[in-house]
Design a protein around this ligand. Structure first.
Ligand SMILES: Nc1ncnc2c1ncn2[C@@H]1O[C@H](COP(=O)(O)OP(=O)(O)OP(=O)(O)O)[C@@H](O)[C@H]1O
Ligand code: SF4
Ligand SMILES: [Mg+2]
Length: 346
């Protein structure tokens, strides 16, 4: 983790008011609304939230990988000083896999089953003009060794299906690093792996980040992963960021009722008895079709009141430092509610 409690002056990525909409048979789906954040060089920024809240689609927009039915609009999305939403496919292909890489949940999304690992690792390096095929091979061996793959030079001749899921994901991490990116977007990079391999792979990603000074956007539904790996976090709900803070602060001072609910669902924060059921957040994420009114969390919120259904949207309010939350209730009332959940005096 980087020491990035203060906002950096020159973010590697600056996103302002990103809206992604999709044209569906039953109407316009507002997948993200007004997403804004800055990522500093060398930091890990986690995006967390339940399934369908817009974590992936907001990142796909940045990579120019949206489905045809989707449109992205923003005040700006500056990557390395360049407005990426207005780039052509050709211009984007020069950035993707080069200064901006992505690691997907399923390694087979990135690996082609009919080419060897070596072909695929070297191809990305040569295509981006980073050097010769021989230099690409040296770097591939170096990175495969670095991600813990033994006999790396021999492994270059292997096909993806000859490796385990954990090894394939390590290859994908090495591939994402081939061109020394400035930012890696890792979308649920370990969800498909078993628990012990997951932890090893995440630890590896974190080591590489420190060693090479790259920034990471870590997309996950797992707040436990967020707690151990990220510098700052954005909690998403129904297409919006509902709370954002330095990670330590979010856990010390979870303010939005949705964040509070998510944190209570982490085993270590849940019921003290190991056999007892963990608390869950009752209810479901609302439909994202059509214009949203008021607070999207109101049908699940224990603190909802009449005003929560009014207005176009709820504004983000700052508490202190870089901590902000999207709720009509004042900070004191929300913290009193959090303390009350733990049986402490409000
Ligand atoms: N190709 C598509 N066609 C229609 N709707 C889509 C498409 N891709 C995404 N969506 C919708 O956009 C919204 C945001 O989806 P997104 O994939 O970003 O969610 P997510 O937060 O990444 O969820 P998960 O944790 O399950 O990966 C969801 O309502 C989803 O159904
Ligand atoms: S705005 Fe209202 S419904 Fe939304 S989180 Fe705050 S109290 Fe709950
Ligand atoms: Mg996703």
């Amino acid at each position: 983790m980087a020491d990035t409690t203060d906002a950096c002056r020159e973010p590697i990525l600056s996103v302002r008011n990103l809206d992604v909409t999709l044209k569906t048979a039953i109407g316009e789906l507002h997948a993200t609304r007004g997403i804004s954040y800055d990522i500093c060089p060398g930091e890990t920024f986690a995006i967390v939230g339940e399934s369908g809240c817009g974590k992936s689609i907001s990142s796909m927009a940045l990579m120019g990988l949206l489905p045809r039915i989707a449109r992205a609009r923003a005040d700006h999305c500056l990557f390395d000083g360049q407005e990426i939403l207005s780039l052509s496919r050709r211009q984007l292909s020069k950035i993707r896999g080069n200064t901006l890489s992505m690691i997907f949940q399923d390694p087979m999304t990135s690996l082609n089953p009919v080419y060897t690992i070596g072909d695929q690792l070297t191809e990305v390096f040569v295509r981006h003009g980073k050097g010769t095929r021989a230099q690409a091979r040296d770097r591939a061996v170096f990175l495969l060794e670095r991600v813990g793959i033994k006999n790396a030079a021999e492994r270059l001749n292997a096909y993806p299906h000859q490796l385990s899921g954990g090894l394939r994901q390590r290859v994908v991490i090495a591939m994402a690093m081939m061109c020394s990116p400035k930012l890696i977007i890792a979308d649920e990079p370990t969800t498909a792996l078993d628990v012990t391999v997951q932890m090893r792979t995440l630890a590896l990603l974190s080591e590489l980040q420190k060693e090479f000074g790259l920034a990471i956007i870590l997309i996950t539904h797992d707040l436990g992963v967020v707690a151990s790996l990220s510098d700052r976090v954005a909690v998403m709900y129904a297409g919006q960021i509902v709370e954002t803070a330095p990670t330590a602060q979010l856990f010390a001072d979870p303010t939005h009722p949705y964040t509070q609910g998510l944190i209570r669902c982490i085993p270590s924060y849940g019921e003290p008895h190991p056999d007892a059921e963990l608390p869950t957040i009752p209810g479901m994420v609302p439909s994202l079709i059509g214009r949203q009114k008021g607070c999207a969390f109101r049908n699940r919120c224990p603190l909802a009141f009449a005003d929560c259904a009014e207005g176009d949207t709820i504004a983000l309010r700052e508490t202190h430092g870089e901590h902000a939350y999207r709720c009509l209730r004042p900070h004191d009332a929300l913290m009193a509610h959090w303390r009350g959940l733990h049986g402490e005096p409000a």
